[in-house]
Design a protein around this ligand. Structure first.
Ligand SMILES: Nc1ncnc2c1ncn2[C@@H]1O[C@H](COP(=O)(O)OP(=O)(O)OP(=O)(O)O)[C@@H](O)[C@H]1O
Ligand SMILES: [Mg+2]
Length: 442
């Protein structure tokens, strides 16, 4: 991570820079605003450590200028003892965190590690997005919430490995989508992605479905047939709803995973298979193990890496983005949601997760008359859902906040720095709030 230290006091500057370099960070330093901006313009700095109080350009101003150059830069503000009393104030300055003088180096390290983690995650996520974009894959994954960023970051890492992955999540959270994404990001992306829905295969045909059969192996087997394992060779095999796999096949699957060998039904011959197995379930496999319905050894074999997809109600920030995405996909004409109807959606807990939201949008697109979706156009359970713990007051405050932001943006021709200034908040907070209220320039 490239770090720029800006401080007018030489001692402090040298101590911090020296400490960072000793810790293996790539640290640069500047004694004031102009010098800092010059360095910032010539090097891909990811984090700045800023003295808040400097003669000439102070820390706030300098950070604002840096954000104009790179809005994604991270910052830790170093302030005089007791001068910044709340984390909110620091947020308003657009910094990620702050440290008081004299700087406690252990504290500094802890904060650095936190930011380093964020930076690594951001890099993974942009790599995922770049891959999807560059190869123009028919896969679109929407999600900008911290939970989804974390998920995409681990997917990026997991995809590069050869291990089995267990994808867990409630119905409709996107388990299949994530399985496809893992395959697409993996070194096996050119080979097939083969899917088996374990809940949909009749029990007596299961073995043949997975491993294939020889001619005459059973009544009706008039032809030799390859199973899904063979079809997935060099690629990935996705076993959806793996909790439904019958016990007798669980041991055969275990063997295929351990020995990388299978045999077709009606044949004694072993065939080598090179397949990466991905599995998904919305059941609690551990519980199935405890109930004796799922082999424990298979469970551990499958659970080498695991991914938990959070339910939509735990990442509500993604709802407006998903709405836009589905509107674009399903609506032949431009339609938008009124603030009230969007707020109804955001409050709804979506037990059916993304799929349920997708169906709501499909329905709305066919039913709505004009170009504006109002609460009346939504299913009744969404219109009348009262989020617990959210009284009328907070709703009104939200509405007032939204109005004020819209007004400020209009007044300043949508120049966000000026609108933020006039509201007395940082641009970063403004952007966050615009996202929260789904405010976009129309
Ligand atoms: N993050 C996302 N971005 C865009 N579309 C999504 C996202 N997550 C899910 N979807 C869409 O929602 C629908 C449900 O996703 P998917 O089939 O992958 O869920 P699932 O977890 O496998 O559901 P089930 O448990 O019912 O099998 C699909 O149409 C999918 O494209
Ligand atoms: Mg599924």
């Amino acid at each position: 991570m490239k770090i720029l230290v800006v401080d007018d006091e030489e001692m402090q500057r040298d101590t911090l820079t020296g400490f960072l370099q000793k810790r293996g960070y790539d640290a640069l330093s500047a004694s004031g605003g102009e010098e800092a901006l010059q360095l910032f313009n010539s090097y891909p700095v990811q984090l700045v450590l800023l003295d808040h109080n400097m003669p000439g350009m102070n820390g706030d101003e300098l950070l604002a200028r840096m954000k104009q150059i790179n809005p994604f830069v991270h910052a830790i503000m170093i302030t005089a003892y007791g001068s910044v009393d709340t984390a909110v104030k620091v947020m308003q300055l657009g910094a990620d965190d702050f440290l008081e003088k004299p700087v406690d180096l252990v504290d500094l390290l802890a904060k650095l590690e936190k930011i380093e983690h964020l930076v690594a995650e951001e890099e993974d996520v942009s790599e995922v997005n770049d891959t999807l974009h560059v190869r123009d894959l028919p896969l679109h994954i929407i999600g900008d919430s911290p939970a989804m960023r974390r998920l995409l970051s681990s997917v990026q890492r997991i995809a590069q490995t050869p291990w089995t992955v267990l994808i867990h999540g409630e119905t409709g959270t996107g388990k299949e989508l994530i399985a496809r994404l893992i395959h697409q990001l993996s070194p096996r992306s050119e080979a097939p992605f083969i899917e088996v829905n374990c809940a949909a295969v009749p029990e007596n045909l299961f073995e043949s479905e997975l491993f294939g059969h020889e001619r005459g192996a059973f009544t009706g087997a008039t032809q030799q047939r390859k199973g899904r394992f063979e079809l997935a060779c060099a690629g990935s095999l996705f076993l959806d709803e793996v909790g439904e796999l019958p016990l007798n096949l669980q041991s055969k699957l275990l063997r295929a995973l351990q020995e990388k060998k299978i045999s077709r039904v009606g044949s004694e011959k072993d065939l080598d298979v090179d397949v990466r197995v991905l599995v998904a379930t919305n059941r609690d496999l551990k519980q199935l193990v405890a109930d004796g319905r799922f082999r424990e050894d298979l469970y551990y074999r499958l659970n080498v890496l695991d991914i938990e997809i959070p339910p939509l109600r735990d990442r509500k920030e993604d709802i407006p983005l998903l709405v836009d995405f589905f509107l674009e996909r399903y609506s032949p004409r431009p339609i938008r949601f009124s603030p009230e109807s969007m707020s109804n959606l955001v409050k709804f807990p979506f037990p059916g997760n993304v799929r349920e939201l997708e169906h709501v949008i499909q329905r709305v697109v066919t039913m709505v008359r004009g170009s504006l979706v109002r609460p009346a156009d939504l299913p009744a359970e969404m219109r009348f859902h009262k989020a617990s713990g959210q009284g009328a007051l907070s709703d009104q405050l939200e509405a007032v906040e939204r109005e004020m932001i819209l007004e400020a943006l209009d007044k300043h021709d949508w120049v966000q720095t000026r609108a933020a200034d006039s509201l007395g908040i940082s641009e970063r907070v403004l952007r966050y709030k615009m996202g929260k209220h789904t405010i976009k320039k129309s």
